[in-house]
Design a protein. Structure first.
Lengths: 403, 298
């Protein structure tokens, strides 16, 4: 087997088959389950299955159609008709109902309702009552049309060349899915990058590097390590993806908004053409940091030089979502380290011009190649330097890289 | 044919000349001692030999030509400070280092098992390297260096941290490799072992070669024209003897430039001195080392 592969395989096994990695791998899904559980809990707190009363003076609900079915995590609230407001009030005071609506005689013309409660009616039963009213307002319309009216319209924005489109149905999930994916990717990138940096520092500290370099060239060694780093990160991402897909499959049977989830092909393209080169770039920078510092702690401090630019778009997320085609958003989309998160945020709210994707990708690839070159140079100079940090001046000096 | 040819090699780091115009040649199959105090430039010279560092000037020929990637599989290098992965098992560590030398998994297994048995480490192969004692790690490092049956072996302080039994084991191993035709460069501060094992040496200090050549020649050169006499009798004044000093329980007689040792022996016999021993005062390598390095410092 090629020596570069040997290095990659060794690095991969050394980090993936450890408790630390497995903990990292499973802790994220674990915390996601906790988070989803908390969301369910919060939603369920908005449920109230105590009946909701109504006094219909308009005649709309004289022979009411049943309320539309609700989907989990919502729970159905029973509706109870009262002939007059006094009876409804008595029921409310007795705690038999959580509140009641008064539908005035001119409701169809004025569209005005009154609501009476002792404690504010929560959003879930309130929404259910509105759907109940809507379905009865549309009682004389063909059911397929009434259902579609209640569901609302789907607006699809399409690019001029027809190659890209985005749907209003994606809603908040369509907006946040790329951001969540990018954040997951960045976490995986820095987790595996951290392993790479630490491994290089350790190999310097315990002199293993000196032995290795009498068997393999620095370039082969670094290439193997960067490749392993990317594979470690992708393993993490793949495991999380499997978990998310299985989770969505299981949950979609009871959570309505999960049923229509579609991953945009553009999102996958952005992963390949922008996030992957960024991953290579970050890996190379991690190798560079490992080669230049004299101890792991110092390396941890230097990681912020790489991580800070990556997270800048996250700090400006409001600005980017509010104006996804502003000069700031476009500029951040072009800069090597900021492009990945910026592009994925913008992808959720606008149609990205093809030229921007292409240019950002080219810049990311060039950035990755530059980072590998720089890391190689620093690696050759700093690989056997013990107890003394390599300076930027040395890396960029004419004799740099000839150790 | 030279296995290693170092010609006028200079390597500078900033304002420090780590290696300054160093030249030496090592014959194929030779057991060569590379000596020098700490920071003398030995390790930098070795790294230049192994192409880890590019010399600023001069040239290195190794195993018949410039260093290249293919030659790395024929060289075994054991650095002074141990270089093993601490958090993996010894078995896996050897498998990886062997694979990087181009060995197949079966070759690594066969070779490592032989050496693990020989070094009494077979029972510890499933332990993590960090769980092994210093001496065991030292032996493991030696195994990693020998796994691929190198043609050129460079060992830096191989006896460090070893007890007398294991020192003998490593010494025997080096001699066995030497007998099998392996070229060995031995860097060590243990001069008695260098004297015992090496035929030729180079002594480096402050990056420069201070001594280089046949060990016996060097010792003779430093003999200082003196003889050592073992006797309990008092010595009379002898012609040709300039000075008498006590020396390790014996007497060291410094001779005048024209005096010959055989004439001194005759004089001692004629004066009825009871002799327990008489020998030419050839200094040990340790003494030569100290003397040369001290002179250099002045």
């Amino acid at each position: 087997m090629n020596k570069t592969w040997q290095v990659a395989l060794h690095e991969y096994q050394r980090h993936v088959l450890t408790r630390r990695f497995l903990f990292g791998l499973f802790s994220v899904p674990f915390f996601m389950v906790i988070l989803v559980g908390l969301i369910f809990l919060i939603i369920s707190m908005n449920n109230n299955t105590t009946p909701l009363g109504y006094v219909d003076r308009s005649g709309l609900l004289a022979h009411p159609l049943p309320a539309p079915q609700v989907k989990l995590p919502d729970k159905p609230t029973p509706f109870r008709a009262f002939s007059d407001e006094a009876t409804a009030r008595q029921a409310l005071q007795a705690g038999e109902i959580q509140g009641y609506y008064v539908i005035p005689a001119d409701y169809l013309a004025a569209g005005r309702l009154q609501v009476v409660f002792t404690k504010a009616i929560k959003s879930v039963p309130r929404q259910q009552f509105y759907h109940f009213l809507e379905i009865n307002l549309l009682a004389n319309v063909e059911s397929s049309i009434s259902t579609r009216l209640i569901a609302g319209d789907e607006i699809i924005a399409r690019s001029l060349d027809g190659s890209r489109e985005m749907s209003s149905r994606n809603g908040w999930f369509g907006l946040f899915l790329p951001i969540i994916a990018a954040i997951g990717f960045i976490i995986a990138m820095f987790t595996s990058g951290g392993y790479l940096m630490q491994a290089v520092v350790e190999e310097k500290e315990n002199r293993t590097m000196e032995v290795i370099l009498t068997s393999i060239s620095p370039n082969q060694f670094m290439t193997g390590k960067i490749f392993a780093d990317i594979c470690i990160g992708l393993t993490q991402i793949f495991a999380w993806l499997v978990f998310i897909i299985v989770g969505i499959r299981i949950a979609s049977s009871s959570i309505s908004f999960l049923q229509g989830i579609q991953v945009s092909p553009q999102l996958l393209i952005l992963f390949v053409v922008i996030l992957m080169p960024t991953f290579v770039m970050v890996s190379a920078f991690m190798a560079l940091i490992g080669a230049t510092v004299s101890e792991a702690r110092e390396g941890q401090q230097m990681i912020s030089l790489v991580s800070l630019p990556i997270w800048i778009p996250y700090m400006l997320i409001g600005l980017i979502i509010g104006n996804p085609n502003s000069p700031v958003a476009v500029t951040l989309s072009m800069l090597p380290l900021t492009s990945s998160l910026t592009m994925l945020i913008r992808q959720g709210v606008t149609i990205l011009p093809a030229w921007q994707i292409a240019l950002s990708s080219i810049i990311s690839v060039v950035g990755a190649v530059f980072a590998i070159w720089l890391a190689g140079r620093a690696f050759r100079l700093g690989m056997l330097r013990y107890g003394k940090r390599l300076t930027w001046r040395e890396i960029f000096s004419r004799r740099g890289g000839t150790a | 044919m030279s296995a290693v040819e170092v010609t006028h090699v200079t390597k500078t780091f900033g304002s420090v000349k780590a290696v300054d115009d160093v030249s030496f040649s090592i014959e194929k199959g030779e057991l060569f001692g590379l000596l020098g105090p700490n920071g003398a430039g030995k390790t930098t010279a070795i790294r230049c030999m192994l192409d880890i560092f590019k010399p600023d000037s001069g040239s290195v020929s190794i195993l018949g030509g410039p260093m290249d990637e293919a030659k790395k599989d024929h060289i075994g290098y054991m650095p002074e400070e141990r270089g093993l992965y601490q958090d993996i098992t010894l078995e896996r560590c050897l498998a990886y280092l062997g694979a990087l030398k181009g060995l197949s998994p079966s070759q690594v297994k066969e070779s490592s098992e032989t050496y693990l048995e020989r070094f009494d480490l077979a029972a510890h192969k499933t332990k993590k390297v960090k769980e092994l004692s210093k001496g065991m790690q030292q032996k493991a490092q030696i195994i990693a260096t020998l796994l691929h049956k190198p043609d050129l072996l460079i060992v830096d302080e191989p006896f460090s941290g070893l007890d007398p039994i294991n020192t003998q084991l490593v010494k025997d191993l080096l001699l066995q490799q030497h007998q099998q035709g392996v070229t060995i460069i031995l860097c060590s501060h243990q001069m008695n072992l260098v004297e015992e094992l090496c035929d030729r040496i180079a002594l480096i200090d402050h990056g420069r070669t201070l001594l280089y050549g046949d060990l016996q020649e060097i010792r003779r050169k430093f003999s200082g024209h003196a003889v050592i006499v073992d006797t309990l009798d008092s010595l009379p004044s002898l012609p040709g003897v300039e000075q008498v000093d006590k020396f390790n329980g014996s007497l060291k007689l410094t001779l005048s430039p024209s005096a010959l040792p055989q004439n001194i022996l005759r004089e001692l016999v004629e004066n009825n001195i009871n002799l327990d021993g008489f020998r030419i005062a050839i200094p040990t390598l340790d003494e030569i080392f100290i003397r040369v390095v001290k002179d250099e410092s002045r």
